[in-house]
Design a protein around this ligand. Structure first.
Ligand code: ADP
Length: 658
């Protein structure tokens, strides 16, 4: 996934400099890593107030110390010494405080200033003494009277508002400081996370104009076509609402990583000229419960304020995963976030012009509630690119690269079957780096080939690149499905055969689109479906005389179908029109209990095996008869990677002998 490159970087550096400069001048060192990294936009505000607060605090402390030193020439003495200073006549005036006596000695000097002429004198303070009161000394006041010492009592000193405020604030500031420090140590964004839980990270990535257009996305023509409609919704909403139509709120982009889902979402915003809010599903999920929900609220509020606009939620499976039924192992935070998302999606009127695009590569784990009408009810499939698609993507990504004359991008496209757009972009870049390393002025074919090797070796675990033998086997397997479907009466027409690896387990696939909506399948059609499923393995056996693991999924689906025919649909000989139900246990991995006899179970097992074997033999025989057709079509498939429905029908028509 792409990580919205420049925008964020620029914003960070701009705000970061403020505090970095401060840090440098103040402490003569670079700021620690704990403040850097993914700090978002709002850090500026926080950093500023934080440092100002710190400086003010220092100023107060300095002031306090200064005030304290002003009283420093008060000499603290013992009580009896104090008394003897009174009787000795040194102390002339006594201030009686709550806990202390303060004694002052004066000299009478000629007054200064305006009083100079009048020859008057004024008292000038020479020294102050202080002592703690001795409780209930009845001789003290008489002593003062006796020596004619002036005395007066002062009101107890109340702590000033300022100092009591400081008394409260200082510990709080201290705790906050430690908290921030600890969380920033715990990982980049913690400090921000703690002090601004609910602030929306999507603010950071709201782009005015994404600068991406449909022309920047190669291949994916069908997906583009579907998304063009979304652009039209955003541009001319009235066209749809005037006749009472509802504009869809959410579109789910489904496809493996790196196939350009983010790019397409950006292109939609770019084409429609609307702002683009991007968040990743994982951004919502924080360690504090409720934060994710608050973020969702915030995101939608922002989007409404900026409508028309696009919200893009990448990796929606992080929050959209099916909610747990029993509450065991549930994740409150994620579920709250998901609920909030559902509430927000239901709550807004599609006329506000906010359309939510979301991307996932695992649509099957999403909560069904997300896919209901009025939510993500549209799905757009973005698959790995075919040969032409790869060629086009390579063209786009080599546009700004100087290519030598010997470069043949078509060949590179052929050699990179199974790779996604992001991998191809990476290959183009890697080739350029290789050329530079060798001090060449242009990228050669050899550079590109080496780049493929490099990225394929690195990607081996990540994505599937089949070797020649495997490709051939997969091609025969898929052609086997397609031909069997063609030869089977009542089977739906083949609309596409592909040997571009897709998803996590499929190495190739044969698509059959029903010509009409089907609610019922006849026994004959069910058997036709089973035949088609078995066709892949049968073709492998016909050509290679051995079978492989590639058919695992087909076999299990075929056997399952046969079992259902017997148990659910009452289509077996012995239990014709009788169901043999199994109750579902409801707990994954635990088998349900059956409601029929052991004997019936035995019958189900042997009958399933008999039917599957019987069908397999027929399918194999048919393919054997049409081995030539199998070989011709497979060759074409190996060359083009994809055969469309019409191409296939034409080929089959001329080759197949029934
Ligand atoms: P996804 O969101 O599906 O994981 P991205 O949209 O993030 O994939 O794709 C990553 C990068 O790969 C894109 O920025 C782009 O450079 C490149 N890319 C992927 N698919 C295409 C495509 N169809 N056309 C052009 N570039 C593509």
């Amino acid at each position: 996934m792409e990580k919205d490159p420049q925008n964020r970087e620029q914003e960070f550096s701009k705000h970061d400099n403020d505090w970095k400069d401060f840090f440098k001048t103040k402490f003569n060192q670079e700021p620690g890593v704990h403040l850097g990294g993914n700090e978002p936009k709002n850090k500026k505000k926080f950093t500023f107030s934080f440092w100002y607060f710190f400086i003010i605090l220092l100023a107060f402390m300095a002031m306090n110390t200064f005030m304290a030193t002003r009283q420093a020439n008060v000499q603290s003495i013992d009580y009896n010494q104090f008394k003897s200073l009174i009787s000795g006549g040194t102390i002339k005036r006594v201030a009686i405080e709550e806990e202390k006596y303060l004694g002052y000695t004066f000299t009478r000097e000629q007054a200064l200033g305006q009083l100079q002429d009048t020859n008057r004198t004024a008292d000038v303070l020479v020294q102050s003494f202080s002592t703690y009161k001795v409780a209930d000394d009845p001789t003290f006041i008489p002593l003062l009277d006796e020596h004619k010492v002036e005395y007066y009592a002062t009101a107890p000193i109340k702590p000033s508002l300022l100092s009591s405020l400081l008394g409260y604030l200082l510990p709080i500031a201290f705790v906050l400081l430690i908290w921030r420090f600890v969380f920033s140590k715990m990982g980049g964004q913690g400090g921000q996370g703690v002090l601004s839980f609910t602030q929306n990270k999507s603010k950071i990535v709201a782009e005015g104009d994404t600068g991406v257009r449909f022309a920047d996305v190669a291949g994916a023509d069908e997906s583009k076509y579907e998304l063009e409609e979304v652009v039209d919704f955003l541009k001319n909403p009235d066209k749809y609402t005037e006749i009472g139509g509802k504009i869809p709120k959410g579109v789910l982009l489904v496809g493996p990583p790196g196939t350009g889902k983010t790019l397409l979402a950006r292109a939609v915003a770019g084409e429609a000229g609307t702002p683009f809010f991007k968040m990743s599903g994982a951004d919502f999920v924080e360690m504090f419960v409720g934060v994710g929900a608050a973020r969702v609220r915030d995101l939608f509020k922002q989007a409404r304020d900026n409508s028309p606009c696009i919200i893009f939620i990448d990796e929606i499976d992080a929050i959209g995963r099916q909610r747990s039924a029993a509450g065991i192992g549930g994740n409150d935070e994620r579920e709250q976030t998901l609920n909030q998302l559902l509430v927000e999606m239901d709550g807004f009127d599609s006329r506000t012009g906010v359309i939510i695009l979301a991307a996932t590569n695992r649509p099957e784990i999403l909560d069904p509630a997300l896919l209901r009408p009025g939510r993500f009810d549209r799905q757009v499939l973005i698959d790995k690119p075919d040969l032409d698609g790869r060629h086009a993507i390579l063209k786009i990504h080599t546009k700004n690269i100087k290519l030598a004359d010997d470069v043949d991008l078509k060949k590179i496209a052929q050699a990179s079957a199974g790779l996604a757009g992001a991998d191809l972009a990476n290959i183009a870049n890697e080739a350029a780096l290789l050329a530079v390393r060798q001090a060449r002025k242009a990228v050669t074919q050899a550079d590109l080939e080496e780049a493929i090797e490099k990225s394929v070796a690195g990607l081996e675990r990540k994505s599937r690149v089949l070797n020649e033998k495997e490709r051939e086997r997969v091609a025969y397997h898929e052609t086997g499905h397609a031909l069997t479907a063609y030869m089977t009466e009542g089977s739906e027409p083949v609309s596409k055969i592909s040997i571009i690896p897709r998803g996590l387990s499929a190495l190739g696939y044969t698509l059959q689109y029903p010509t009409e909506d089907r609610f019922l399948l006849s026994e004959r059609e069910l058997l036709g479906n089973i035949d088609t499923l078995l066709g892949g393995r049968a073709a492998e056996e016909v050509v290679f005389n051995e079978i492989s693991t590639g058919a695992g999924n087909d076999i299990s689906r075929a056997s399952d179908l046969v079992r259902r025919m017997i148990q659910e649909f009452g289509m077996s000989e012995r239990y014709r029109n009788i169901t043999l139900p199994t109750t579902q246990s409801g707990i994954a991995g635990v088998a349900g209990s059956r409601e029929f006899s052991e004997k019936a179970q035995e019958y189900i097992d042997t009958e399933t095996a008999r039917i599957v074997n019987e069908r397999y033999a027929i399918v194999r025989q048919n393919l054997e008869k049409n081995k030539n057709a199998l070989i011709t079509i497979t060759k074409q498939l190996l060359e083009n990677e994809v055969i469309t429905g019409t191409e296939f029908q034409a080929l089959a028509k001329s080759e197949v002998i029934v």
